[in-house]
Structures are given as C-alpha cells and as structure tokens.
Design a protein around this ligand. Structure first.
Ligand SMILES: O=C(O)CCC(=O)C(=O)O
Ligand SMILES: [Fe+2]
Length: 243
C-alpha cells in the first residue's frame, strides 16, 4: 500500500456528541495501579506495552458492563480510503472517563518518566475524550491500516479548554486466550506493504495489557487479526500532547 494512498483507520470522530449521556463506567476496583507500571518497548520508539494495567477481575467487570452498551456492527464495506473493519463498536465523547483513565490508573506517571518522555512528540497532557469500545467475535477483524492523528480539545483542571493533538494510539485489551479468545493479535508490519511473516510483529492479547503505538506520519502499518474463537474486547483512546 503506497503511503500516499493510505488506508485510514476511520474518519475523525464527530465532536457533536457532547450532549449524549455518558455510561456509568464501573469504578476502578481495587485501586489502580495494582502493579508497578513499567513501560516495556516492543518496537523501538514505536510500540510499548504496560502489562497488568487492569487486573483480571476489573477486566471481567468491564466486559460485563460493556456488553450492555449499544454496540453497532460496522459495515463490511468501508467508505473509500477507509480500512475494512468488521467489529462491533461503541463510541462516546467522555472527557471525565478519559481523565479517570489518565489520572486514576498510574498511566500519567508511567508516561512522565524521564527515560520515555521523548517518545510522545510533545508535552503529554491527557487522553482523547473520544472513547471507543470494540468487540470482535469469531470472523471479525480490522484490516491493515495507519492511524491518523486528530486535533482535540481537553479540559484543564480549572475547566479551561486546552488545545491538544493525538500522537499515540492506546489499546487496552480486556480479554485474551486465558478467557477463551483465540486470534485477534494486533500485528505490526514494519516494512509497510511487505507482509512477510518473518518481518511482522504480532502482539498477542493479554488480559489487562495496555498497548501504545505511535500514529500520524510515523504510524506503522498494522491490523487486528481475525478472532477465531471467543471474544476480543478493547478500549481505545489516544495519548494527547499540547498543541
Ligand atoms: O483491535 C486491534 O488490535 C487494532 C485496533 C486498531 O488498529 C485501531 O483502533 O485503529
Ligand atoms: Fe489502528
């Protein structure tokens, strides 16, 4: 796939859903983080993970809760330029929940470390309020694509608007083979169109693991591989830097 004909993940989120009721997300119990969060590099300067970001019990609570949300199956035929994505999806603008994920989990501190601060492309200020939930059932997948950045507006503690830009995609896996989900790996292709198994880097699902990958101009071609049994549940948002 030529870089100038990039297949994009999906169009920028509409910002008009501010009036939609936000879900009553379950509390983070036990209090987070449950382990010392250490960023583990998987691909230098491009992909990092934080294992056990959510404990297994919390992942279970979240999956039961998320099941009750009005997920919508994406059409198999995308608009021109968008990647084929077949999954069930829910999306909401929820600055309060984005802020909880940022400040009540240890994430803010984990990405502030001196050794990793250079990765994020600016001064990190929070998470994208555009929260996306994905459920992949057997046969569902997210075809190879690049994630684009977006301009967003965050809120400071004093309530003022803070112009920001997304720089890294955040995926929080809530299920894995330990819960009966087979397949569904997030696979990165460092050499763009060269889909050779020897070069690809497949990240297996791990319940409660958080993955961050750089997006925008430096985004690696990646895909969500087909799920063949069970269900893959993911919470998606993005890391934001000051604009
Ligand atoms: O579900 C996955 O593993 C990948 C999701 C993804 O690429 C995206 O949300 O842009
Ligand atoms: Fe993506």
């Amino acid at each position: 796939m030529a870089k100038d004909k990039r297949s994009k993940a999906h169009p920028p989120a509409a910002s008009s859903s501010a009036t939609a009721a936000t879900p009553s997300w379950p509390p983070f119990k036990p209090p987070l983080p449950v382990v010392d969060l250490t960023l583990e590099p998987l691909i230098e300067d491009k992909v990092v993970v934080l294992r056990s970001f959510f404990p297994r019990s919390l992942c279970r609570d979240y999956v039961s809760f998320l099941r009750g949300l009005p997920l919508i199956t994406t059409p198999g035929k995308p608009k021109r330029g968008d990647a084929v994505r077949v999954n069930d999806r829910y999306q909401i603008d929820d600055a309060t929940f984005a802020n909880r994920l940022w400040t009540e989990t240890g994430l803010k501190e984990a990405v502030a470390g001196e050794d990793v601060a250079h990765l994020w492309g600016g001064q990190v200020v929070g998470l994208n309020p555009n929260i996306r939930i994905y459920r992949y059932s057997p046969g569902q997948f997210f075809d190879a694509h690049y994630d684009d950045f977006n301009y967003v507006s965050l809120k400071t503690e004093a309530g003022a608007a803070l112009p920001a830009r997304t720089t890294w995609t955040l995926l929080l896996y809530l299920t894995s083979s330990a819960d009966g989900c087979i397949g569904g790996e997030t696979v990165f292709h460092p050499y763009d169109n060269n889909f050779s198994a020897k070069d690809e880097i497949a990240v297996s699902l791990e319940t409660g693991m958080l993955l961050l990958h750089k997006h925008g101009d430096d985004c690696l071609l990646h895909e969500g591989r087909e799920v063949t049994a069970g269900e893959k549940w993911v919470i998606r948002t993005d890391l934001c830097v000051k604009r």
